[in-house]
Design a protein around this ligand. Sequence first.
Ligand SMILES: NC(=O)c1ccc[n+]([C@@H]2O[C@H](COP(=O)([O-])OP(=O)(O)OC[C@H]3O[C@@H](n4cnc5c(N)ncnc54)[C@H](OP(=O)(O)O)[C@@H]3O)[C@@H](O)[C@H]2O)c1
Length: 378
Amino acid sequence: MSGATEKQYRGQRYRKEWEKEHWARGWLSPGRNEYRAYCRACDKELVVGKSELLKHAKSACHKKHFRSSMLTSPVAVTPMNKTLVEVVPVHQDGAASPAPSGKEVIIPASIGFIGAGNMAQALMNSFLAKGLVEAHLLMASAPSNRNLEKLPSGMRTTNDNNRLVKECDIIFLCVKPHLLTEMIEGLDPLERDHSPLFISVVTGFDICTLEQLLGSLIDAPRVVRTMPNTPCMVGQGCCVYTMGTNTNESDAKVVYSVLHSVGFCAEVPEYQMDAACGLAGSGPAYIYAAIEALADGGVKMGLPRHLSQHLAAHTVKGAASMVLQTGKHPGQLKDEVCSPGGTTITAMHSLEKNGFRNALMSAVEASANRSKELGNKS
Ligand SMILES: NC(=O)c1ccc[n+]([C@@H]2O[C@H](COP(=O)([O-])OP(=O)(O)OC[C@H]3O[C@@H](n4cnc5c(N)ncnc54)[C@H](OP(=O)(O)O)[C@@H]3O)[C@@H](O)[C@H]2O)c1
């Protein structure tokens, strides 16, 4: 910021945010079935479909680097030599999506989870399903075996958080907010040569508090705050994240690769975290309730339960895909299904009378405010 006035600085900051939003929208553009890959072995760029990319990666000259098919979209990594290929989607205009600069994606040796409940399981299952990392490189710790017993086979588990912290390079903090401070206070200081990257999914704890708490283990802890959601479990999650003050370029690349493997993700300024919690963190619950209510409506009007639930879930999935794939405003898509004097506009009027949109906006607001409250308590 040297030499810049505060106004100029704020201008730059908002432009940066706008650019981030702009590229986030780029990810949603149609025509994403081609990938731009850079192959370090051949030292050349490829713009090909996924199957050609896999073929290239497995061809004779590369075979020694690959154990099995490890390419996934949108970012591919190889756990063998850690830096062979990076894949990013190609935009409609042919420009590569602005992943953190540089060609290399480095996936560290070992990813740990302190806490092994819903969120940790959603993340680890997604990493495995996307081939981001092999099971033996994952580790989880929790006080009881209640959840540890349910984890994918091949993973290391322990009841000792200190053992996990010593053995892992990336550590996800996945405990409930009211337990986080006590859990960190129970950890031993780290050796000077071991500085893991901490990624917190804990609602409400800001970067400053996390850095302060983890500062009791190591000087200048590298911390990332993220807000994922449970559809990560089926590779359809979305999450936002904020990099801490001690993180570096290479941490940014790792975080981008890891979090992109669970679905959509975007870096945001920290002040947007509570809002993201209200929308995407808690959002799946609103939609589950909506699916249940739609299915109930179908049953009330004579559909069998099973069929009604399927129709409801597929309707939500189809509508979401229309928004993402056409890039059209949801209001426009709504208008396109409302014919004059028809059934849908009549139903829309009923939703308006019952405060449907107001209810959803208030839900996002309530969750975001609660997230802020939890943060203030920490
Ligand atoms: N669920 C969501 O949709 C969602 C979305 C975004 C963010 N989050 C955040 O994710 C975090 C975890 O939520 P969750 O839904 O996964 O909770 P959860 O299912 O209750 O899991 C919590 C885990 O933490 C473990 N644990 C408790 N005390 C511990 C300690 N001292 N050391 C190590 N592990 C400990 C528990 O152990 P046991 O297995 O022994 O009980 C359990 O495995 C929360 O902070 C939440 O705010 C959740």
